[in-house]
Structure formats: structure tokens, C-alpha cells
Write a protein that binds this ligand. Sequence first.
Ligand SMILES: *Cc1c(COP(=O)(O)O)cnc(C)c1O
Length: 241
Amino acid sequence: MDHSHLAANWADIRHRVDEACRAAGRDPSEVAILPVSKTFGPEVVRAAMALGLTRFGENKVQEIRDKARALPDAGIQWVMIGHLQTNKAKDVARLASEVQSLDRPELAEALDHRLRIEGRTIDVLVQVKTSTEESKYGLPPAELPAFLDRLARYDTMRVRGLMTLAIHTQVPEEIRACFRQLRELRDAAIARGHDIPRLSMGMSGDFPIAIAEGATEVRIGTAIFGRRPTSDSFYWPETGQ
Ligand SMILES: *Cc1c(COP(=O)(O)O)cnc(C)c1O
């Protein structure tokens, strides 16, 4: 199969991210791109690796498992960005280099338990629900201070920042409000002494707004890999889209 579109897409999105940084008065080196390879197979990931990409975001544990098995020696860092059931903590503890969807105490407990067994320490971001939609996963903002204090007691997880999904809408100001809230929550946590500089926010459709509001990392799927064969309802079943 021909993957030549990947190189062009990658150059194009890096350029658009850089432009969004400049428009926001930020240095492009401050904003990383996390390629989101969900639904695309190991051969596509391998083609992306040929472009120098080594971190890949995935939404389902099963996909990390399948791709990790197909690409055992590739040195890939798998980043879990999707809703994680407690009973899947074992595979994540074994295979993921980072979890960005840590959103509740029971999951932290399960991950800690499994990471101990594996003898591993990973980076985590806390996923916060900034959208007013019923459907989105994430910790309620009011619970963040207590959750961060609680996470400090685990030495298996290094909390590095916050992650969110913005509201699904065409109204830019509503999207912006989600991203702004995440930045304000991070700044308040830093003021309380937590070392959590990272903000993972923005996707193919809304990354310029996220960058204007302080994203340090944008999660990009479609703009790199193309349209997904399955609809997002498969990934966010609760949205009923
Ligand atoms: C799929 C997904 C993305 C990437 O979405 P695109 O619109 O394809 O860029 C980002 N974050 C999460 C949590 C996702 O599930």
C-alpha cells in the first residue's frame, strides 16, 4: 500500500501548528503534536515511523495490544488517550508509556497496583471534563484539587499535566471556553505547588483555538492519517453520534 500521503500530511500539519503558534505569539517549539493512529493498522504506523514519529496516541487498549504485538521492537511509545476501564489497567501498565485519560480514583488505584507488579513508572495526565455535554468522560473540575493531592502519593505515576476534549460544536467561543478552563485549572494547580506544566488539548478540527489558549500538545488523527473507516461513535459510544 502507498503511504506517501503521510509525509505530505505530516509536513502540512506541522506547518499549520507552527502558524497557529505564531498567530498566538507563541514559539512553535512549545507545542508538540501527538499523532493519533487509532483504527489504522501496524503498516500505517510503520510508515509514520519512517517519518521520525515515535509516540502514538490510541483510544482502545485492544488496539495498543494488537499493534504492540505487530511492532515489538519498534521502540514506539504508546499513549493511551481513550476511556479506560479499570479491568484493562493490566495491559496499559504493561504496554503504555503514558496515560492521558486518568479521570477517577479507582482507575488510579488499579493502575498503581498493576504498575507495581510490572515494576514500571509512567507519565500521566488527568483528563478533566470541561464540556457541559452529558457525554464526555473526565473528572469534574471541582474534584481536581483533591484528586491531584491524592495522586501525589503514588510513585508509579508522574502527573505531568491535564488533558481535555472540548465540546462538540461549531461555535468557536464555546470550544475556547473549554480550553481556557483547562489552562486556568492548571495554573491554579501550579500555584498550589503541583508541577504539572502540560496541557493536552486540541484535535484536527480545533487545534488553533487550543494553541491560542495555551496547549502544549495537540492530538492529531485525521489531519495526519486521513478519515477513519469507523465513525467516532465507536470511540465515544456515549455521544451517540
Ligand atoms: C481520535 C481522537 C483524537 C484525534 O481526533 P482527530 O479529530 O482525528 O484529530 C484526539 N483525542 C482523542 C481523545 C481522540 O479519541
